[in-house]
Design a protein around this ligand. Structure first.
Ligand SMILES: Nc1ncnc2c1ncn2[C@@H]1O[C@H](COP(=O)(O)OP(=O)(O)OP(=O)(O)O)[C@@H](O)[C@H]1O
Length: 285
């Protein structure tokens, strides 16, 4: 009988690396005081009341990219962060609704921003599209068309805010429905008891509030119609990707944009060309 051979214990495979070095967030922040909002491709976004107990703020942190040379990485992060902070400051000063910059440490890679209490337009559109399909299922003709004025008005506010940004000579560079937020307005005093009117109003109230543009990490200064038209094209694509029902709403964004400033009409003209090129490119694969 052959002796059983002793198989040396196999080392367990190394634990997969976390996709992001969360623990590297520098002082003065500690993870216990931060609530993660998103962990995007470029940045970690947290909400915290660590700095101001009664007012939440956003900490946007760009962690080091381990695959990049550390010196180059630090330089790029610093440049992008400063560019983002400068654009935000400029926009806010000129009356475009953006979160205020409360602090920045470009060496360490973080930015503290005013917290916009609300939801992204992407979230709003998802909710709206859901309500539309529920209504269609119920085939309730009494409610048909109800609530549309609210969403159309929201689209006009989006168009005007983007118009203000472009009028200033700033192109967003990543204008998607996730980078536009609807700030929740302070609550109206509620009626003493719910009425049918107040119930139907609660869903249209969710569409009220100011529009804020966020994520200025890819912003550029440009007075070129072409750059502005590309911004609009990116937004148009985001609308059609969200929900087919949202696509016609974009026309309302464009209408309001067209009336927002001197150069807006010629940007819309240019958008037609950008669309044609976009279509050609997607046909070619
Ligand atoms: N000032 C703010 N107030 C409230 N929420 C915010 C704020 N800034 C960002 N957010 C939330 O965090 C999300 C991501 O923010 P942002 O787009 O700035 O980060 P990002 O990592 O650059 O994103 P992406 O990887 O999509 O480019 C937003 O979609 C929004 O939900």
């Amino acid at each position: 009988m052959t002796e059983p051979t002793l198989v040396p214990p196999i080392d367990p495979p190394p634990a997969p690396e976390t996709s992001r070095p969360l623990h590297t967030l520098p002082a003065p922040f500690s993870l216990s005081s931060l609530e993660i909002i998103t962990q995007g491709a470029e940045a970690l976004v947290y909400k915290t009341t660590f700095l101001t107990p009664h007012t939440p703020v956003v900490v946007k942190y760009r962690p080091p990219k381990p695959y990049r040379h550390p010196t180059l990485d630090k330089r790029l992060t610093k440049q992008r962060l400063l560019a983002e902070a400068r654009s935000l400051v400029k926009c806010k000063k000129e009356g475009v609704r953006v979160p205020g910059v409360l602090g920045v440490d470009a060496e360490e890679g973080w930015l503290v921003l005013e917290y916009v209490d609300g939801q992204t337009v992407r979230g709003v559109l998802d909710g709206w599209a859901h309500r539309v399909s529920e209504r269609e299922k119920e085939a309730d003709t009494r409610t048909e068309g109800q609530g549309n004025e609210g969403i159309l008005d929201l689209m006009r506010r989006v168009g005007r805010e983007v118009g203000k940004l472009h009028e200033l000579g700033v192109c967003h560079g990543d204008l998607t429905t996730s980078n536009i937020m609807l700030r929740t307005p302070p609550p109206d005093s509620p009626p003493p008891f719910p009425t049918s009117n107040s119930i139907s109003q609660s869903s249209s109230n969710s569409l009220k509030g100011d529009i804020y543009l966020i994520d200025f990490g890819l912003t550029t200064s440009s007075i070129q119609d072409e750059d502005k038209a590309v911004d609009l094209y990116v937004l148009e694509r985001a609308f059609s990707a969200t929900h087919p029902a949202a696509e016609p709403l974009f026309q309302e964004v464009l209408r309001a944009y067209g009336e927002s400033g001197k150069g807006a009409k010629s940007v819309l003209k240019r958008l037609e060309g950008v669309r044609l090129r976009g279509r050609k490119r997607s046909m070619l694969g």
